[in-house]
Design a protein around this ligand. Sequence first.
Ligand code: T46
Length: 135
Amino acid sequence: MEVGNSKLIDITELGDERGLLTVIEGNISVPFEINRVFYIYKTLPGIRRGFHAHYKTRQALISVSGSCKVYLDNTRRKTDVLLDSPTKVLILEPNDWHEMYDFSPDCVLLVLASHLYDAEDYIRDYDKFLEVYGR
Ligand code: T46
């Protein structure tokens, strides 16, 4: 499903009598090479984070435990996405302004990124975001 410039995809759940397993492979399940992994957890009630877009970094967001929401703005359309399953993957494109919110106390938001961390890759000013990506 298209959300902003990004996409929400479902990945296959593998299971047997022992329980469940889900696998994500770079350039296969997600459309980029995975060069960095981080996770956001123990988020305090009412917290909203993100508030930026990127120049080049593509990411995959998965709530592997609990749930959270992601607000996306591609300058023309604003969308809210619910991540509430370890099989739901938000392929987040760099040109979507994003904010994460409504974290459940048990939420572990796993993020797979196409590039190593670079503070220069962030657009944290909304007017700058419109200047770079707006029509
Ligand atoms: C994004 C959303 C989904 C690092 O030093 N290295 C890293 O790889 C990351 C991700 C962060 N940091 C530092 C930078 C800040 O001092 O950790 C601190 C918290 O990062 P930030 O405020 O950017 O966190 P969020 O939740 O606003 O955004 C993060 C990612 O940074 C961002 O790329 O798209 O998650």
